[in-house]
Design a protein around this ligand. Structure first.
Ligand code: GMT
Length: 381
């Protein structure tokens, strides 16, 4: 099977997931074609069955904004036609599902009937989507897709609640590659970061307001009022300078480190004691799953689909959004009770195993096959 994947190539969760999916499929022998404006960041090694097709932006004095959608649609048509793709899997509704519809219509004029699957990741529905300007295009594009998946039950529910959609939505949760994300011995690194045995708290995100990174700092302050700890902040984004400013005002500033974007996140998770995810919205929480795979329990909010991943009182704790006192209390309970923390570490790993790529990948492959058979049957009629 030849699969075209369209995604955002950046550090965001949808791009990461789409890239890991492509790598997983190629490892199983499928041919995967990424179509996007830049090589996906997680695609940093050579894979025999993976191809990358860059969408070039067209610069012309008349255009204040280069027409990315048109360039993407043309590239999709080109790749489907010449690489003889069997299916297109687009990640993030805007604009990818809409552009896929256009590409599909263009190809149909030449007798090529390509099935399109749209995967909803979260902010395409919960943030961008509920901006009323986008409602008609989201509803149309979802209903026009052959298959639609959402990364959690909560996201599926929210999509149906907020939009008038007739299409079924299949829930296929995020997954994790346990060969990469696993606890490894990085004692030398741990000593360098926490030379006096301080507890290590970690957070990773794209530093957007929805992630409430300020709450991470507030929880950390409360933790350090009781015991010595270090905070590692991984990632980058629009709130970073504001957060650095805020951290500088903390008496514990020297214990807070902004690490920026990191490729080997698993090495940092390997030395961490707790992961913080206080998000305001989170359709699944892939970063929490990555932490759990490395045996790091999660102190999180109860937003969106997080409770489908982080199980309260088992793999970590859930608090109401913004309740930093409760988050700090839960964090301290685990940090002050090493045996319980150890139990939570094991529980977190066991929970992560449920989302092993080897369990989730077949769900996508089966869905691809269903869609290909369905579209073939329809065009024969
Ligand atoms: O987390 C982000 O802000 C990035 C965002 C994206 O769409 O790129 O991630 C979303 O997709 C991930 C992969 O499916 C989910 O694990 C994240 O929970 C989701 N983020 C939000 O809903 C805020």
């Amino acid at each position: 099977m030849k699969i075209g994947i369209v995604c955002y190539p950046t550090y965001g969760g949808s791009g990461v997931l789409a890239t890991e999916l492509g790598i997983g499929l190629s490892d199983k022998g499928y041919e995967v074609h990424f179509i996007t404006y830049q090589k996906p960041v997680r695609l940093n090694a050579f894979h025999q069955n993976i191809y990358f097709h860059e969408v070039e932006s067209v610069d012309y004095p008349l255009f204040e904004y280069a027409p990315y959608e048109s360039a993407l649609a043309s590239k999709m048509v080109d790749v489907v036609k010449y690489e003889k793709l069997d299916i297109l899997h687009v990640h993030y509704a805007i604009p990818h599902a809409t552009v896929a519809f256009l590409a599909k219509k263009i190809l149909a004029r030449e007798g090529i009937h390509i099935p399109v699957i749209t995967t909803l990741h979260g902010t395409d529905i919960t943030l961008v989507g509920i901006n009323k300007t986008f409602t008609p295009i989201i509803e149309f594009s979802i209903d026009a897709s052959d298959g639609v998946t959402a990364v959690s039950n909560d996201l599926s529910r929210q999509t149906k609640e907020n939009f008038n959609i007739k299409h079924d939505i299949r829930v296929i949760h995020n997954f994790i590659n346990l060969n990469r994300f696993k606890k490894s011995n990085k004692d030398h690194f741990k000593k360098a970061i926490a030379p006096n045995g301080e507890k290590i708290i970690v957070h990773t995100s794209n530093f957007r307001p929805v992630k409430r990174v300020g709450d991470v700092i507030d929880v950390f302050r409360r933790i350090t009022n009781v015991l010595p700890a270090k905070l590692l902040l991984i990632g980058d984004g629009p709130m970073r300078s504001e957060l650095e400013e805020r951290a500088r005002k903390c008496p514990q500033f020297e214990n807070i480190r902004f690490l920026g974007k990191q490729d080997a996140v698993e090495e940092i998770l390997a030395i961490s004691d707790l992961f913080l995810m206080p998000s305001e919205k989170e359709s699944f929480g892939l970063a929490a799953l990555e932490a759990m795979a490395c045996e790091v329990p999660v102190i999180s909010s109860n937003a969106g689909g997080i409770p489908e991943v982080n199980i309260h009182g088992i793999t970590g704790y859930l608090s109401n959004i913004g309740d930093v006192d409760d988050m700090a209390k839960n964090a301290l309970y685990l940090l002050e009770n090493p045996e319980i923390l150890q139990q939570f570490r094991q529980n977190a790993f066991r929970q992560a195993q449920k989302f092993d790529i080897n369990n989730i990948l077949p769900l996508y492959i089966n869905y691809y096959e269903e869609m290909i058979t369905g579209v073939k049957a329809k065009t024969l009629v």
